[in-house]
Design a protein around this ligand. Structure first.
Ligand SMILES: Cc1cc2nc3c(=O)[nH]c(=O)nc-3n(C[C@H](O)[C@H](O)[C@H](O)COP(=O)(O)OP(=O)(O)OC[C@H]3O[C@@H](n4cnc5c(N)ncnc54)[C@H](O)[C@@H]3O)c2cc1C
Length: 337
């Protein structure tokens, strides 16, 4: 098996986040000669975190320093390129973090190689790696190999369990690299308060709201204020991640007085996201194919719909509750409280 470089960037405290430890587990599973390349402001905690893998890791290389702390194309690409050249490995793996997803296609070009993104599995096939990825919004799965080297592969998160071995004391080889000129300086970070955050990739449950929440109900009236309260109470009580159908997020985008916390970032489906959660609960959503295709990686699917003939009933959900979601969610929230 050809030798591998695994590129990992560290967090601000020098640690490794879950996607990095998942990619490490995937790289180790190949049984090839493995070099780990670390980039970040400090790297020793990350190196010590993976030291328990022992001789399975041949070398740990690092580009470290304050210039490499913040996600920025120029510095991330320079660090990755220097690590790739220092390792000389024909296969370069990395987790699909936003940081590497942005920088590594350009790095593959600089190295004269090729890049493949969104790999969901990697395995050895005849002495070389073969990767698995999905095409056409998760409708077709393919296994690919490439003869061109270096081959850069970005591994999606949530596909293998994170490496959980013991920590140790690692020896890190520093790769000298003068920080490249940059035009971007990071002055701070602004993010929503954690209570307002509704997209939670690590949540055990995906809760999806469809346009039905905003439609006229049996009494002939719309009840969007009730819908908002029921959904927000449920999210607060369960810490589930919130998804939406296209119809619902489009309505919210038009400034209608419905579900104000819903944006296009929440959209699940063909033109939205394909998240990975162990379970999913769809409410007031018809379960049409362009929506349900975004549920490809949800482990167990349940739906609540008034219509016994909705899309979910046609093999797309494991369990369909033919019921009024307003009543079911109010009851669920009472039980959760
Ligand atoms: C090219 C293309 C790309 C698309 N991409 C996406 C995509 O990425 N994501 C996506 O979601 N859609 C996508 N769509 C749109 C998709 O086809 C559907 O139009 C959309 O998903 C419908 O949203 P909905 O199920 O929320 O709304 P509706 O179809 O209006 O369904 C509302 C449902 O709520 C139910 N309901 C109403 N009241 C209650 C109640 N009290 N209790 C329980 N159930 C109730 C109704 O029975 C109904 O089934 C795409 C379409 C195209 C053509």
């Amino acid at each position: 098996m050809e030798s591998i470089l695994l590129l990992l960037h560290t967090e601000s405290d020098g640690s490794l986040a879950r996607p990095a430890l998942e990619a490490f587990a995937a790289a180790l599973s190949l049984g090839a000669e493995l070099t780990v390349g670390l980039a970040g402001s400090t790297v020793q905690p990350a190196a010590d975190r993976i030291a328990g893998a022992g001789a399975a890791v041949k070398r740990i290389l690092a580009v470290a320093g304050p210039a490499f702390a913040e996600p920025r194309y120029a510095t991330d690409a320079a660090a990755a390129e220097a690590l790739a050249r220092a390792s000389g490995a024909p296969i370069v793996l990395a987790p699909s973090t936003s940081r590497w997803s942005r920088a590594l296609p350009g790095v593959a070009f600089r190295l004269g190689g090729r890049v493949d993104t969104h790999a969901t599995a990697i395995a050895e096939a005849g002495g070389a790696p073969a990767i698995t990825r999905w095409f056409y919004r998760q409708r077709m799965e393919a296994v690919l190999t490439r003869s061109l080297r270096p081959w850069v592969v970005l591994l999606d998160s949530g596909c293998v369990p994170a490496w959980d071995g013991p920590t140790g004391q690692a020896v890190v080889e520093s790769v000298a690299l003068a920080p490249p000129a940059t035009r971007t300086s990071v002055t701070g970070t602004r993010s929503p308060e954690s209570g307002q955050q509704t997209i939670r990739p690590d949540a055990r449950l995906l809760f999806v709201a469809g346009a039905g929440w905003t439609k006229k109900q049996a009494d002939g009236a719309v009840h969007s204020a009730d819908a908002e309260k029921l959904i927000l109470d449920f999210l607060r009580l369960t810490q589930a991640s919130l998804g939406g159908s296209k119809s619902l997020v489009d309505l919210s985008g038009e400034g209608e007085a419905v579900l104000r916390f819903m944006t296009h970032m929440n959209q699940i489906g063909q033109t939205g996201a394909t998240p990975r959660h162990p379970k999913g609960l769809s409410t007031c959503c018809h379960g049409e194919e362009p929506h349900a295709v975004g549920w490809r990686f949800i482990g167990e699917r349940r739906a609540i719909n008034l219509d016994p003939n909705c899309g979910w009933a046609r093999g797309k959900a494991d369990v369909l509750y033919v019921a009024d979601a307003f009543e079911v969610m109010a009851h669920l929230n009472r039980l959760l409280q």
